[in-house]
Write a protein that binds this ligand. Structure first.
Ligand code: SAH
Length: 224
């Protein structure tokens, strides 16, 4: 069924070109202004990070289910968190907690030197890895484990991003932040969640609250 496959891909290609531009325009309207971030989102094929049945919705500015009760983050949130991480200049080592589909991972990998990504659900991690290989994004290392612990062996990190919400900031992540390093993390419970930017200073941490958000919970322990 080669012909049909080609048609399908062309179909997705045509819709996505127009809808991708529309998505970028929307992100700009919503206040995203880092042109590097916008360019990377424009060229990253989000439809490859969701089920084929949802591919036609991939360029809507919305979270979508990816199985295992998890969601691919909303493009606006991916853009905003990336922009916050990068706001003080280029980053070499970034730790990501919550690989999920790998979409945020793929975006980050095109903006920083190296990404270290931790996911607790093995099946999601395996699929994210395949996608990264398919897109030839080679500067990402994956770990199957519990994000509450961070990834101590490779610390410190200049940036840490967490894409699931907890009641408190995990202490391990604060410890693994390099001096001057930036941690972007949602904190709260249920409907009451806030995005935080925490910057490690010479003595202590500066904490900025950046508005209401909605994420799935940061759970405990790895899951096969
Ligand atoms: N950025 C991802 C978002 C995935 S949703 C994307 O755009 O696809 C949040 C992810 O965090 C889920 O995949 C979930 O399994 C993972 N997660 C939740 N608790 C975790 C923990 N303690 N350690 C590692 N990953 C965790």
């Amino acid at each position: 069924m080669r012909g049909q496959d080609d048609l399908l891909h062309r179909g997705i290609g045509m819709t996505s070109q127009r809808t991708r531009e529309r998505l970028i325009a929307r992100l700009v309207e919503e206040g995203i202004c880092n042109s590097q971030v916008l360019e990377v989102i424009r060229k990253t094929p989000r439809h490859l990070f969701v089920d084929e049945a949802l591919a036609h919705r991939a360029y809507e500015d919305t979270a979508l289910p990816i199985g295992n009760n998890q969601t691919i983050s909303q493009p606006y949130m991916v853009a905003r968190m990336s922009e916050l991480l990068l706001a003080a200049g280029p980053l070499d080592k970034v730790l990501e907690i919550g690989t999920g589909s790998g979409y945020q991972t793929a975006v980050l990998s095109q903006l920083v030197e190296r990404v270290f990504s931790v996911e607790r659900i093995k099946g999601l991690q395996d699929r994210a890895k395949e996608r990264m290989q398919g897109l030839n994004l080679r500067n990402v290392v994956f770990r199957w484990g519990d994000g509450w612990e961070g990834w101590p062996a490779l610390a410190p990190y200049n940036g840490i991003i967490v894409t699931a919400v907890a009641a408190d900031v995990p202490q391990a992540l604060l410890d693994q932040l390099a001096p001057g390093g930036r941690l972007v993390i949602p904190v709260g419970a249920g409907d009451v969640q806030q995005l935080l930017l925490i910057i490690r200073e010479e003595h202590g941490y500066a904490r900025h609250t950046l508005g209401a958000v909605r994420f799935v919970p940061l759970l405990n322990g790895p899951l096969a």
